[in-house]
Design a protein around this ligand. Structure first.
Ligand code: F6R
Length: 604
């Protein structure tokens, strides 16, 4: 959600800043801007290309800060874009997050004669730094931060001290990249990896003074803090499109590889067990759990829902799934033998992070399934499992969701083998997991067929997805993908719920996509399909290869291999990702960057 980038070193800054913003564009793309000392700020509404076109010639100067925005306060206009500047026009700020007490601060500043041009909280912050500035930028930022409440990752520069960038973090990520020719700051390591793999992750309450050949990290009160340099574990190649037209398609096609990486070194086939390094120390706690509460948002929460079916059935762990945004504000009844498991691709989602912090405060064990190494949620959990799904750039999460479910299956084996799961069952599941990449390949091979079906269904304005058992959360997940990528209204329902209201919507123009795997509730979903066909709604089924019963009933079928029931949900969801992708393409949308969305939601 919004991206920050900054460079200070020996090279010309402006091209580095623009390139940095391009890598971060997936975090926000309403408007963007850069500031280079001695030159001032350049801003443009829309994608980074608009900004790049506006910067006609290379700006001289070897330092600067930059921002790509996802609007929170005020519409996406040039005036609201960052960097913002103070009253004197000499201090420039880029900011991610929200200043909660900005209205109060703004009133106070107005009384002092300060005027405002934008609708943003960031301008208030900037003008406050300006008021507090008396020749020392670091001190001015420190003084200001004592006055603000809210969340922020921010980078500040002054015309008077062009050789310094001051950054601070409270609730919104910031990483320092240590390069041979200078230093970089960014809200996301993906913007740094082309320059260096040596990074320092700032924690909440950290600030830093960055110069071209040094950096000092300290608390807001100025007390020095020791930080270790960490290595980014993936390569720049992994965040390129690799010949695909869109990241979304690339990431869907990467699902088999993402699963292999998620599983790598973690399966012990002959023992029917898994090795989850991060959780080993907590194995007693996990196997003795009375309840596991999974928290997450959006697709991560749906992955958690699939996990609930799996953990209860195979590991015997009573499991609840809660949307993190609800969990954090409701009364949670404590039980010392329960724990909270956060699922998050980015590891930065504000609500998920807040849920974990709340659970911790209540003395509960906190665990995580996180993709981005070194992210805040990953660092704040007691322990966890990294997905290793590789960087995900497209806004809609696909390979990471699949990887999340894969980890949940491994978790079911990890806990289950300590509880009721037999050696034989454990071995069967491990074998199923090993077969997963190749089974998914069989689905991906049907790309062209799915594209044809997508073209046929792209004309509809509404969809319902249905499924039962662990395919019921998939219905919601598939509907979410369709709505965010294609802007078609879609809902997901457990098959049995359809007749309790939504069936009233159905007619020839309201198609239903039905997950109909041949599992123990197969006959039930077949009955649901019959009910739908009686209302003349078109039905597209996701059925097991060779299933003639369903194919005779419905209008269209996408076949997926019949696999071990524990992995069936993963195999079944993949074609719906392709379906959403191709419908989005058919409708001419930018499927990688759906409107109004951002990749990591670091504000509430
Ligand atoms: C949907 C999607 C979102 C995310 C949600 C949580 O395709 O990507 O619903 O799943 O914003 O994000 P993370 O997993 O980063 O916490």
């Amino acid at each position: 959600m919004c991206g920050i980038f900054g460079y200070i070193g020996t090279r010309t800054a402006s091209p580095i800043l623009v390139e940095g913003l391009r890598t971060l564009e997936y975090r926000g793309y309403d408007s963007a801007g850069i500031y280079v000392p001695g030159y001032g700020a350049v801003k443009a509404v829309g994608p980074i290309d608009n900004l790049a076109k506006k910067i006609k010639e290379t700006i001289p100067g070897t330092s600067g800060i930059a921002h790509t925005r996802w609007a929170t306060h005020g519409a996406p206009t040039e005036t609201n874009a960052h960097p913002h500047t103070d009253q004197s026009g000499s201090i420039f700020v880029v900011h991610n997050g929200i200043i909660e007490n900005y209205t109060l601060l703004k009133e106070g500043l107005k009384v002092q004669g300060i005027t405002f041009e934008s609708d943003t909280d960031t301008e208030v912050l900037t003008k406050l730094i300006g008021i507090n500035y008396s020749g020392d930028l670091l001190e001015a930022v420190q003084r200001t931060l004592r006055m603000v409440q809210g969340t922020y990752g921010l980078a500040v520069m002054s015309e008077h001290e062009p050789e310094k960038i001051v950054v601070a973090r409270m609730g919104s990520p910031l990483v320092i990249g240590i390069c041979e020719d200078g230093n970089i700051i960014a809200s996301d390591p993906s913007a740094i990896v082309s320059h260096t793999k040596d990074v320092i992750y700032l924690d909440d309450g950290d600030m830093a003074l960055i110069e071209k050949d040094s950096y000092q990290i300290m608390s807001f009160e100025g007390r020095g803090r020791e930080k270790t340099t960490e290595k980014i574990e993936w390569d720049l190649e992994e965040i390129k499109k690799d010949g695909y037209d869109h990241y979304l398609l690339k990431e869907i096609m990467e699902i088999p590889k993402a699963i292999e990486n998620t599983l790598r070194g973690r399966l012990i086939p002959d023992k029917g067990r898994v090795k989850l390094g991060g959780l080993e120390k907590h194995s007693d706690k996990l196997s003795g759990l009375h309840r596991l509460t999974i928290v997450g948002c959006g697709s991560a929460a749906y992955a958690g829902e699939v996990g609930r079916y799996i953990l209860e059935e195979y590991a015997g762990v009573p499991t609840t799934v809660e949307l993190a945004s609800e969990y954090r504000y409701r009364t949670n009844l404590k039980d010392s033998k329960s724990a909270v498991l956060a699922i998050s691709q980015s590891g930065e989602t504000a609500d998920t992070l807040a849920a974990i912090r709340l659970a911790k405060k209540q003395g509960l064990g906190t665990f995580g399934i996180v993709n981005v190494v070194g992210s805040t949620i990953a660092r704040e959990n007691d322990a966890g499992v990294y997905n290793h799904a590789g960087p995900e750039v497209s806004i809609a999460s696909t390979k990471a969701v699949i990887s999340q479910i894969t980890v949940l299956i491994m978790l079911a084996v990890f806990i289950g083998r300590e509880r009721k799961m037999s050696l034989e069952d454990g071995k069967d599941i491990i074998e199923a997991l090993q077969s997963l990449p190749k089974e998914i390949e069989k689905v991906l091979e049907q790309r062209e067929e799915i594209e044809k079906i997508a073209k046929k269904y792209a004309q509809f304005q509404n969809f319902v997805f249905i499924g039962r058992n662990n395919h019921s959360p998939l219905a919601s997940e598939a509907a979410l993908k369709l709505k965010e990528i294609t802007y078609i209204h879609a809902e997901g329902y457990p098959g049995g719920e359809l007749k309790h209201g939504p069936i009233a919507l159905l007619d020839e123009k309201f198609p239903v996509v039905a997950f109909a795997p041949q599992d123990h509730v197969y006959e039930k979903i077949v009955s649901n399909i019959e009910e739908i066909k009686a209302r003349k709604a078109p039905v597209l089924a996701i059925a097991n290869t060779g299933d003639d019963q369903v194919s005779h009933l419905v209008d269209d079928v996408i076949y997926v291999p019949k696999v071990h029931p524990i992995i069936q949900s993963i195999v079944s969801i993949v074609p719906t990702y392709l379906l959403a992708y191709y419908i989005g393409i058919e409708k001419g949308y930018n499927v990688d960057r759906p409107r109004n969305l951002a990749k990591s939601v670091t504000v509430e």
